[in-house]
Design a protein around this ligand. Structure first.
Ligand code: 13P
Length: 253
């Protein structure tokens, strides 16, 4: 079975102490993950080492960064390289979140460069895509997301693209409490998989995990994750609550 992933995105929330308490509360609860399932925690940079230490012995629990730079090293004040993350043992990174696209002007082309440096160094990217409300209202969301994939991903080889996890996050559903319905999520995920199949063939497309993000919570995770092309979730607000996120992990197929 394709990898099924519950990914927490803490965004810019919590103090160190609050982060420690949250992880302690999560890892104290058994989830019995199988080998095709994982829980990934995208943690603010200053707490990565703490999280890495807490999760190190926990089967199928991994730490991710929320961003990385597109250059190897050098005079880029305030930035964090892939090499730095890997020196902490962090092997996952979220790329192209809509908040980074909006507030930090990250373009599809810039994200293509970040994907390249990650893949060249064995880092697992979780690549975010998704449309704003006006695109959904115009019913052109499939084309909009396909263009994001084309411009950031489709220069990759078939071997490389299989190492990318895609997270579909409709912007109108992020932090709004307004979740895409399970039918809307399935429709877009099938459209993403069909775009991938058009470029790389069915066999490669079938191997790529596509997560849904946007107001995922314990109450809707089971139905969303039950969709055939939904391979887990990327979770913001509900990942800051231990019981909610544990229930979301348990909702993985
Ligand atoms: P919410 O779950 O708070 O809607 O955030 C989704 C998200 O942006 C995860 O990356």
């Amino acid at each position: 079975m394709r990898a099924q992933i519950a990914a927490a995105n803490w965004k810019m929330n919590l103090t160190l102490k609050q982060g420690e308490e949250l992880l302690d509360a999560i890892i104290s609860q058994p989830t019995q993950l199988q080998s095709h399932q994982s829980a990934v925690f995208a943690i603010p940079f200053p707490y990565l080492t703490m999280a890495q230490q807490k999760l190190s012995g926990k089967y199928q629990y991994f730490v991710a960064a929320q961003n990385c730079h597109n250059k190897k090293s050098g005079a880029y004040t305030g930035e964090t390289s892939v090499e730095m993350l890997q020196s902490l043992g962090v092997n996952y990174v979220v790329l192209g979140h809509s908040e980074r696209r909006e507030y930090f002007l990250e373009s599809n082309q810039f994200l293509a460069e970040k994907l390249d440096i990650c893949l060249a160094n064995g880092m697992h990217p979780i690549f975010c895509c998704g449309e704003p409300l006006q695109i959904r209202e115009a019913n052109t969301q499939n084309e909009f997301v396909a263009k994001q994939l084309e411009e950031s991903l489709y220069h990759l080889s078939a071997d490389e693209v299989q190492k990318v996890v895609i997270a579909y996050e409709p912007i109108w559903a992020i932090g709004t409490g307004k979740t895409a319905s399970s039918a809307q999520a399935q429709e877009m995920h099938a459209s993403i998989r069909s775009s991938l199949a058009g470029k790389y063939g069915d066999e490669v497309a079938a191997k790529i995990s596509i997560l849904y993000g946007g107001s995922v919570k314990a109450a809707n995770a089971v139905e969303l994750f039950a969709q055939p092309d939904v391979d887990g979730g990327l979770v913001g607000g509900a990942s800051l609550l231990a019981d909610e996120f544990v229930a979301i992990i348990k909702a993985l197929k």
